[in-house]
Design a binder for this molecule. Sequence first.
Ligand SMILES: Nc1ncnc2c1ncn2[C@@H]1O[C@H](COP(=O)(O)OP(=O)(O)OP(=O)(O)O)[C@@H](O)[C@H]1O
Ligand SMILES: O=C(O)c1ccc[n+]([C@@H]2O[C@H](COP(=O)([O-])O)[C@@H](O)[C@H]2O)c1
Length: 192
Amino acid sequence: MKVGLFFGSFNPIHIGHLVIANHLVEYSDLDQVWFVVTPHNPFKNKNTLLNNYQRLEMVYRATKDYSKLKPSDIEFNLAQPNYTINTLVHLQEKYPQHEFALIMGEDNLKSFHKWKNYELILENHHIYVYPRVSEQKVETQFDNHKKIHLINAPIMELSSTFIRNAIKKGKNVQPMLPQHVWEYLDEMNFYK
Ligand SMILES: Nc1ncnc2c1ncn2[C@@H]1O[C@H](COP(=O)(O)OP(=O)(O)OP(=O)(O)O)[C@@H](O)[C@H]1O
Ligand SMILES: O=C(O)c1ccc[n+]([C@@H]2O[C@H](COP(=O)([O-])O)[C@@H](O)[C@H]2O)c1
């Protein structure tokens, strides 16, 4: 089976994440997308992060009605900060029958040359990149790369940061979140 790994902090998971994952299972050769909840992105500080299990719970609630989308807590027991290469090696050993690809927003491709062992990641995996408005440029070394697939789909100007800030200001964020996620987040008073 071909599995797309969608790594992220998902703090919280939002409609944009679901649209991306659904687009890929519907329009690419991927059979499933696994949302890998990352305890600690090496490039981010943990100040505004909800705990791992609360973020996993939101991913679980967001994906439970979609048979091809699955939550994954595989990084919870791996060393932190979480370097993606380590997780990929671990997953490939655990599931030798699966072929793993990566899914990321274009902002992440722009910093991909700073990731640990990024050349090795590219050697062994395909990467599907969803368009996103962001500063910086993609490195020319990734132009027309045979392992990097730029997805042609509508841009969504939505981020977890925007949602967290909006909640803090008392704004209604309900349309930006999957309904089950909004209900949980509201009941738990997250990000207020
Ligand atoms: N609106 C979007 N368009 C394209 N890609 C996105 C979008 N939102 C998130 N992504 C991608 O989803 C993955 C996980 O993202 P993440 O959980 O950091 O969400 P985020 O909205 O970027 O969060 P934050 O604002 O906290 O940085 C990353 O690869 C990111 O590029
Ligand atoms: O492996 C790396 O060097 C590396 C550097 C930066 C980010 N990542 C991973 O990229 C994923 C996207 O993170 P985020 O916080 O933007 O959702 C997350 O799983 C991080 O661990 C990985």
